[in-house]
Each structure stands twice: as structure tokens, then as C-alpha cells.
Design a protein around this ligand. Sequence first.
Ligand SMILES: [Zn+2]
Length: 345
Amino acid sequence: MLNKTQELVYPYPGIPAPGAATELENGIFWMSLPLPFAMGQINVWLLEDGDGWTLVDTGPAIPECQSIWNTLLNAHLRGRPIQRIFVTHHHPDHVGLARWLSDRFSCDVYLSRETADKVTFLLQDDISYYEAAVSQFYRAHGICEPAAFVEFETGRKYRRIVSGSPERMRYLEDGDTLEVGGRAWRVLLCNGHARGHAALYCDTAGVLISGDQILPKITSNISLFSMESETNPLAEYFASLQRLRTLPGTTLVLPSHGRVFSGLHLRIDQIEQDHHARLTQVESFCDRPRDAAEISSLLFPRQLNELNRLLALGETLAHLRFLESERRVQGSTSNERIVYSRLPG
Ligand SMILES: [Zn+2]
């Protein structure tokens, strides 16, 4: 059990205002951009790198963010160029302006091969080939009108807020080291939230740039999507948390959303507890055969917009897949619909 008196520590006063930058220790600058989604904002990080800068993540390609970037570039770069962009994962708030910024500075974009593949897939013009399969997947899970889900999963929405596929991509492998300003940052690839999600850890600075893998207030979305329907994202996420747990407890965590914090091990405990509680809840909803859409509406009873309905269903499916792998529930197909039932344990 968690000790209730333990709390995360937030060593900096608050999230920087749009257009402002907070200097952390070790030549790291914290900046924030607004998001048109529920999370509200995304953090991006500028690392001093010799004569220039390495940027981590970019914000989505929306006019508001581009205008804030123009302010940031004038106010905080001290006349030095961005010479490298590191992208944690393919979600639009992270990679959205990578093409725009890399064109502007003629710099390379560093990302995992899986992230690059996903960006390329979601930005391709003709995805009609996939539409039927995605639609069938969601119908089988109880979504009668899957058109909005198909739009998200095949990239129609994505293309509106991503500036393009970067022309100069450099692929990162797990365990690679990036030298930034004389410091070594180790690349940690972690699945679960997004395949090929890369975090960066600097031992000498005691800093983890966690991306969406670990957030201070909300649990990252862990979803099973139609394109990766054979995977077990929650099991992969638990494995990545175990790996991040081996980092020192004093590590300063720089998350993509919310405030910089310390208390890495406590946060991992909290996140694991949240998922285990949800697993128990999902298992209890399988007391009689139900499809994933019904279980999702029991788990998330409030009214949700289209994106959040997709994420809620994805989260439900990820938990069901994990329970299946543990032989706690079983999925079976009847009348072209997949229903889940509890297994006697
Ligand atoms: Zn994400």
C-alpha cells in the first residue's frame, strides 16, 4: 500500500506561460504550448547544445502554437539555432511541428523507427485500403457507427495538426546515447502508451525526460487500437514502468504534460495501483458476457467527445487484453460481435 503521507515534490513554481521559458538546472529550458484537447498544454524542452540547441518535442501544427514558437525563437534562443529535434513519439502534440521547425533550421529529427513508420503511415494520402478493416474491428467491439473512430485511426484528423513528415529523420535505437552539451542522454524505448516511445535519461544530471510515459497527475492513455490488435499494451507498459523504476528515486522527471516533479518511484506505484484497480473493475463488469463498448460505457459513464470515446474504448480493450493474457476473462465471438466473460479463478 502507498504511504498516504508521501507526495510528489514540484520544485518549480508552475508551468511557464505561453511564450515564456523557465530555466531548470543543467542548461535545460522548460516551455509550454497550448493544446486544443483536454490535456490543455504540452511541455517542450530546449537543451543547451554547444553553439545551438537540441529541442525535445514540438507541439501540434496549429496557428496558435506556431505564433508562440515565433515568440520563443526570438526571445529565448539567444541567436543560436536549433540544431537537432528529438521527438518522443508520434502523437500530434509531440511531432506536429517537427517538419516545420526542421525545415526552418535545416536540422535532423531524431526519433525511433516505429515512431517514424507511424508518422509516415498516418500522413499518407490514401488510407481507403484500411478503412474497412478498422470499421470492422470497432463494429465487432460494439461500436455501431464507427466512422469517427475510423477518421482518427486512419489519420484524417492527424493530418490537420501535423505539419508533415520530417525530411531528415535519424533513427534511434534503445540504449543509444545522444551527446547534448557535453552530457550523455540515454534513449529508453518504452511501449505501452505508443509503440516506440522514446524517453531520455541523463545520469549525470539526474533527469528523465519522460514524454507521455509518466505524467504527474493523470495516467497516460494505454490503448489497444485496431492497427495493433495483436499486442498487449498494458503488459508492455507495466514492463516499461519496471524498467523506469530502476532509475534513482531522486530523478527529476520532466513530463510532457503537467509540472516537473520528483518522486519517480512513488508515481510509478500510484500509476500501477490505478491500472490494477481498473483491471479489477473491468473484470467485475465481465460477470456476464458484454462487449467492449458496453464495458467502456460502464467504466466511463460520463458523456465523452469522439476522441475521448475512442481513447476510452482503447483503454478498455487494453485492460481486457491484459485480463485475457492472465486467464481472468475470455473473449468469444457470437454474431460477429466479441463479448468478454469472467473466467472462474
Ligand atoms: Zn502521447
